[in-house]
Write a protein that binds this ligand. Structure first.
Ligand code: KIV
Length: 301
């Protein structure tokens, strides 16, 4: 007679056990390794819109911050080309390169286990050339492991969107204030206040939906217009400075955490004043080093 073997297995959180017997009548515990943590997909965002639940999106550019934002339950992390401003200190988003975007995206992807990671196609990597748009998107997806790309513009980028989609890459659109066109606009003021521009924006939203975008960012446009666009299309809209009638909100994480001291547009809600807190902590550290009080006896080997 074979001995009966019963092995107790302590299961990590999120794993379920299924108990069954083997041919020797010993209990076996098979672990079903499906994760409790449900990953956000483009489909999830569609379901959220259908169910009237809001989508929370923030920008991320590095591993450590991405980990925290993901842990906090942010649905979508945007590796925005605003990295050009807040990470690299450029005045506009134009200088950042495809290689630099891929570097940021790789770092963010390594920090994420739940959120959908969307990466901005940088200026010059897609405009006016559908083949380049496809190649840039493939590089982002292949080299970073991100889940989708975003690009700016309406009818003029519809063919690029369609071509990117032929490779199975999900595309997020971006209308309203499109910072890559800052030299055309000449200002970062609210867009589409005039009737003609509002009509064009509504048409562009339809075109982007028909081209196959899974979602649409609406930046700095009147709240009424954003609500109207949101109700006129089936894909989720994510607003920044576009009021509350959209399907979700996005902010640049540096802005909402108070790292950008001099930047306080009306649409921005500050949840922290990290600038002051970091300044205070670093001043204290500097004083401690200079006075010799750091490190103390417990802080050495
Ligand atoms: O690059 C970025 O941060 C963006 C958001 C402002 C939507 O595109």
């Amino acid at each position: 007679m074979q001995p009966r073997i019963l092995t107790a297995i302590i299961l990590p959180v999120g794993m379920n056990s299924i108990r069954c017997k083997n041919k020797f009548n010993a209990y076996l515990y098979a672990m079903s390794v499906h994760k409790e943590l449900k990953k956000i997909t483009t489909r999830t965002l569609q379901e959220l819109k259908i169910n009237g639940e809001k989508i929370a999106m923030l920008t991320a550019y590095d591993y450590s911050m991405a980990r925290i934002l993901d842990e906090a339950g942010i649905d979508v992390l945007l590796v925005g080309d605003s990295a050009s401003n807040v990470m690299a200190g450029h005045e506009t988003t134009l200088p950042i390169t495809l290689n630099q975007m891929i570097y940021h995206a790789q770092s963010v992807v390594r920090g994420v286990s739940r959120a959908l990671v969307v990466v901005d196609l940088p200026f010059g990597s897609y405009q006016g050339n559908t083949k380049r748009a496809l190649e840039s998107s493939i590089r982002i997806m292949k080299e970073s492991g991100a889940h989708a790309v975003k690009l700016e513009g309406g009818a003029e980028v519809a063919d690029s969107i369609k071509r990117i989609l032929t490779a199975g890459i999900p595309v997020m659109g971006h209308l309203g204030l499109t910072p890559q066109s800052i030299y055309k606009f000449g200002t970062y003021n609210v867009r589409a206040k005039e009737k003609a521009e509002a009509i064009k924006l509504k048409e562009d939203a339809q075109i982007l939906e028909q081209a196959g975008c899974f979602s649409l960012v609406l930046e700095k446009i009147p709240a009424n217009l954003a609500t109207e666009v949101t109700q006129s299309i089936n894909i989720p809209t994510i607003g920044i400075g576009a009021g509350s009638g959209v399907d979700g909100q996005v902010l640049v994480s540096h802005d909402m955490l108070g790292l950008n001291k001099g930047f306080h547009p009306r649409f921005l809600r500050r949840y922290l004043d990290l600038h002051s807190q970091i300044l205070e902590a670093v001043n204290q550290y500097s004083r401690d080093v200079k006075s010799g009080s750091f490190p103390n006896e417990k802080e050495q080997y």
